[in-house]
Write a protein that binds this ligand. Sequence first.
Ligand code: NDP
Length: 293
Amino acid sequence: MTATVIDGKAFAAKVRAKVGEHVTRLKADHGLTPGLAVVLVGEDPASQVYVRSKGKMTVEVGMASFEHKLPADTSEDALLTLIDQLNNAPEVHGILVQLPLPAHLDSDLVINSIAPAKDVDGFHISNVGLLGTGQKSMVPCTPLGSLMMLRDHLGDLSGKSAVVIGRSNIVGKPMAQLLLGDSCTVTIAHSRTVDLPAVTRQADIVVAAVGRPQMVTGDWIKPGATVIDVGINRIDKPEGGTRLVGDCDYDSCAAVAGAITPVPGGVGPMTIACLLANTVTACCRANALSEPE
Ligand code: NDP
């Protein structure tokens, strides 16, 4: 079997186009421009790339982008003061603090200082609790994008067995909550899971969010299963230079799976598209307007 490739790049372009249409309507009908503020502390090169591309795509869909780049030695007080200003700025509907933060800053404290209604990353403890109890919340972008691709490819997920590898607060746990919300039977695996390949071989859906290059191989996958590869890892090429790979060994998994997301071009583009969608949602909620679907 050769797996269907789930094209996250094309899907994300469609999501962004829909976001753009909604932004146009918000401007024309209500004089509103959704605004996203991104806060970057320090000079982590990967974070700089993410922040640049978030800003670029925010502007491309017609929204306002506010970038706040702070030095690595920014004090917690200064960062909290900025977040407070953004919480109170009417032109800002979404706030994202790029993680990881420098070690001297308390990430939980910082994230929980964002107004939950503007927390477009969905990491605030209120949004985590709302998601966990099945209530309307801001949903973390990477799991949301992964769920959208699964629904698009498989339709109704009800009754499917899903294994999420990874239990981080930003990917693994919210992914498991979303799958549970869609009535999957969910297993969360992690570094202490015994005989992980035997666990994943039972699954109709495998979501790999581990951070270990090409760890999941084809013999871990049930024939016909759907594989969502969240991992983004840079490895050395034998001929020199580097390339991006996922947490799944693409070729061996694609030989067994029914469908698989590539890296790059799978989950990554959907993450930014969902961030833009969440910002429009936040803008609509703030103004008591109907939300995009
Ligand atoms: P974390 O490092 O926070 O979590 C990794 C998880 O994997 C942990 O729960 C850990 O278990 C588990 N794990 C580690 N080693 C193993 C192993 N050998 N077997 C089973 N489980 C293991 O990572 P993130 O969740 O932040 O990110 C995961 C991956 O997704 C990374 O490659 C990251 O770059 C990528 N990512 C991609 C995004 C995108 O937009 N596509 C967005 C965010 C992340 P334990 O808890 O026991 O330590």
